[in-house]
Design a protein around this ligand. Structure first.
Ligand SMILES: [Zn+2]
Length: 138
């Protein structure tokens, strides 16, 4: 199976983790729409949300506000969007269920900006701050 997120979860490709527990992780998006753009996912591989049972979907979404709270605190974002894409037609790029948390800033307006290219150091510094903050709200 050629799934980038499974490869990341096996530790074979580096990612910037902001949250980890026994069943779920959250990582910073490498090409963020906005600063702090994070992906929350189950460790188990499912391609689409419709491949999961309701209990697993509930658990996945229960992580979202906990992680979003920490992202908002660290980035000082004014709001956030939650996105969850299923299938290529819906712009799902990695075929492993994930929930986007996309911080939004009043000064950039409500339109979608182009994805940014981040440098590794900035991503790691941000991830470390969010990681610390998530742990403190649990
Ligand atoms: Zn996978």
């Amino acid at each position: 199976m050629n799934c980038l997120f499974c490869v990341i979860l096996e530790g074979k490709v580096k990612a910037h983790f902001v949250y980890e527990d026994k069943s779920h992780v959250a990582i910073l998006d490498r090409y963020p729409i906005q600063l702090g753009h994070t992906l929350v996912m189950p460790r188990d591989h499912h391609e689409k949300i419709t491949d999961m049972n309701t209990e697993n979907v509930s658990t996945l979404f229960s992580k979202v506000p906990v992680i979003a709270r920490a992202i908002l605190k660290v980035t000082k974002a004014d709001g956030f969007n939650i996105g969850q894409n299923n299938g290529k037609a819906a712009n799902q790029i990695i075929p492993h269920v994930h929930v986007h948390i996309i911080p939004r800033y009043s000064n950039t307006g409500p339109g979608w900006t182009k994805r940014m290219i981040s440098n590794e150091e900035d991503l790691e510094n941000l991830a470390a701050k969010i990681r610390k903050c998530v742990q403190s709200v649990q």
